[in-house]
Design a protein around this ligand. Structure first.
Ligand code: OXT
Ligand code: ADP
Ligand code: MG
Length: 582
């Protein structure tokens, strides 16, 4: 079908719909999304959803086309995190669906609301496995990867189907939902008035979940009994958008807090109660730990072992998901409910005369924080060329401090781990990174959605390997003229760019890339600004210029290939054997 044929079909469809007589699947889906205030679609066009995308744009939705579905999916996932509404990703059947599925699983793993909508091929042919175009039983495949999966077969079910997908994504523990839309559904026609009546506006999609009063009293008792309490804030706390109550809880309780990576900025990292720069000490020495929207998974060594020291621990855990309790260790005081309701109930129960922890504890944490910060400070001032991580990140730390509304996207190994501890965040939900899976490839999709959803400038700090997973989306950034500045920390490889092939063959070692690559030229190819920076001062100048102008920019930051370490801070997770020869 040519473009003009398509336009004619669209006109005909629009005319009929406008006449008040008939509507169709295309329009019912658009109307159902808009009715529920879902106005942005991230996706990749193709059979059978090309016209749907065109019509959605014509009907006033923002439709952002990507170069690969995984990046569109990552955009939708982070849109869900930032807005508490499901981010929408739209793909074609089989391969497009599978490309989007990684992101759907990523959203589910991180507890972010997202809906992956994929067109699918003829049910009759797919189910008999007769070899249709892009044949796949997508619903069956998706079911294992997300929170819920639905298929809509009839136009009159579109309203209820989309309502069900929205509620499944955002209620309780948020997550990813798959919605299967067979090609035939789009063209199905029904009476327009009946169609309008069939749409559902979801009422109170994520109802408050009030904690039981005895659970609140139990938790306060446990906290009162602590000598060395610690609060751990996770990205669930950031997602909940209960920022004022969380800050009041920390300050009223006087308890030091440790932010997990994406919870940085919920309170400013420079807050006197932040234990971020005394992480090891705080985990080891604490006796009562209050978890708020964080899981005791690998990122917290499952709540046990060397990292947690020998001091006996009691855990208080606030989470909307009851099954999270006792997942790794015993939880002495489970508080099941939404973070906003639970924290305000705790605050009410604490009253005005709450006894703060003694200076013996908070003073030790404070001293460690100040010591670690002072130790790092001189390293951040260096102007070495080639750059090391500290010299480069020291400049970016200042830039983010001066621009507290900017959003920092961050992925890589060393690039991720150094940036997390060097760059202070001062506002909630401004640091977006690899999340629970430590997945590479979130960079450009995340940067695009952050710019689109918030309108704020975005600084994406990317390892050269990490960037490669979504690098083609710089064209998307240019196409939509988004205020995104990408800094590629180019150390010629994964972790370090110095490995050699021990056999002496011509093939390079598996972790090594083309040395001296010029990623800045990729941005120039699409009309954006590209800069090659070899000193921290050059880097600072180029980033400031990009953040001021809002022009799509990519800075190739030349980093010493020797500067990093294997796997950054998590090298201990690499399997070892006494037999292995390196
Ligand atoms: O208290 P102590 O003394 O312990 O000190 C701590 C803090 O107190 C202190 N600190 C501070 N000091 C001073 N000042 C300040 N402000 C301050 N703040 C903190 O610093 C230390 C460290 O603090 P931190 O970081 O909070 O603590 P710690 O102990 O590190 O915390 C533990 C963790 C586990 C919570 C933390 O490390 C963490 O969150 N880690 C996340 C790790 C992660 O997710 N990594 C990404 C995955 S790595 C690997 O898998 C990669 N791959 C494989 C691959 C992946 N992932 N995905 C896919 C789809 N395919 C393949 C690949 C390919 S990484 C990678 C590419 C890598 O190459 P790149 O080129 O992209 O990147 P480069 O490495 O740069 O080359
Ligand atoms: P981090 O990686 O920062 O430690 P996790 O992703 O492991 O954080 O944990 C987030 C937790 O927050 C999940 O267990 C999730 O169920 C929970 N959560 C998400 N939103 C809410 C909410 N509104 N109220 C309570 N808990 C929530
Ligand atoms: Mg690298």
């Amino acid at each position: 079908m040519t473009l003009s044929d398509t336009a004619q079909t669209m006109d005909a469809t629009t005319d009929e719909a406008a006449s008040g007589d008939l509507t169709d699947g295309f329009h019912l889906i658009i109307d159902a999304l808009k009715l529920n205030d879902l106005n942005t679609i991230y996706g990749v066009p193709g059979i059978p959803i090309t016209d749907f995308g065109r019509m959605a744009q014509a009907e006033g939705m923002r439709v952002l086309s990507f170069r690969h579905e995984q990046n569109a999916g990552n955009a939708a996932a982070i849109a869900g995190y930032l807005t508490k509404k499901p981010g929408i990703c739209l793909t074609v059947s089989a391969p497009g669906f599978l490309n989007g599925l990684t992101a759907l699983a990523h959203a589910t793993t991180n507890c972010w609301p997202m809906i992956l909508i994929s067109g699918s091929s003829e049910r009759e042919i797919v189910d008999l496995q007769q070899g249709d175009y892009e044949e796949m039983d997508q619903l069956a495949v998706a079911k294992t990867m997300c929170k819920a999966a639905f298929r809509i077969l009839h136009a009159e079910d579109i309203g209820i189907g989309i309502a069900r997908a929205i509620r499944a994504a955002v209620s309780g523990r948020p997550g990813g939902v798959y919605l299967d839309l067979p090609a035939k559904l789009f063209g199905q026609v029904m009476d327009a008035e009946a169609g309008a009546k069939s749409l559902v506006k979801v009422i109170d999609p994520a109802p408050a979940q009030i904690p039981a009063p005895d659970a609140v009293a139990r938790a306060l008792d446990v906290i009162k009994g602590a000598k060395k309490p610690l609060i751990i804030l996770g990205k669930g706390a950031a997602y909940a958008q209960a920022d004022d109550d969380i800050r009041s809880f920390v300050e009223t309780s006087g308890i030091p807090y440790l932010p997990m990576s994406m919870a940085k900025g919920l309170l400013p990292d420079t807050h006197p109660l932040s234990a971020g720069a005394a992480r090891s000490l705080a985990l080891k020495e604490s006796d009562v730990v209050v978890m708020i929207g964080a899981r005791l998974n690998w990122l917290l060594s499952h709540g046990k072992g060397k990292q947690w020291g020998t001091e006996p621990k009691k855990f208080v855990q606030i989470d909307i998901e009851p099954r999270e309790m006792d997942s790794n260790v015993e939880i002495a005081a489970p508080l099941v409910g939404d973070i906003g309701s639970v924290v305000s109930a705790l605050l009410a129960g604490m009253g005005n005369n709450w006894k703060k922890p003694s200076e013996d504890w908070t003073g030790v944490i404070r001293a460690k924080v100040e010591g670690n910060v002072a130790k790092m400070a001189p390293r951040l001032m260096n102007n070495n060329s080639p750059m090391d991580y500290h010299g480069a990140l020291g400049r970016l730390k200042t830039i983010i401090k001066e621009r507290p509304d900017a959003i920092l996207v961050n992925e890589g190994a060393n690039t991720l781990d150094f940036a997390r501890s060097v760059i202070d965040m001062s506002k909630p939900r401004k640091r977006l990174d690899v999340g629970t899976w430590g997945v590479m490839g979130i960079g450009m999709g995340t940067a695009i959605a952050a710019a689109v959803e918030t309108g704020h400038p975005v600084l994406a700090v990317e390892g050269d390997s990490a960037f490669g997973f979504s690098g083609m989306e710089v064209e998307t950034i240019c196409r939509y003229n988004l205020p995104v500045c990408v800094v590629v920390f180019n150390n010629n490889g994964i972790y370090r760019g110095t490995d050699v092939n021990p056999t002496g063959d011509a093939d390079p070692a598996p972790t090594v890339f083309v040395p001296g690559a010029r990623y800045d030229m990729m941005m120039q190819a699409f009309g954006g600004v590209g800069v090659n920076a070899t000193t921290p001062d050059d880097l600072a100048r180029a980033v400031n210029e990009a953040m001021d102008s809002g022009k799509p920019t990519l800075i190739n930051a030349v980093i010493d290939p020797l500067a990093g370490t294997e796997s950054g801070r998590i090298g201990n997770l690499n399997p070892q054997s006494v037999v292995t020869k390196k």
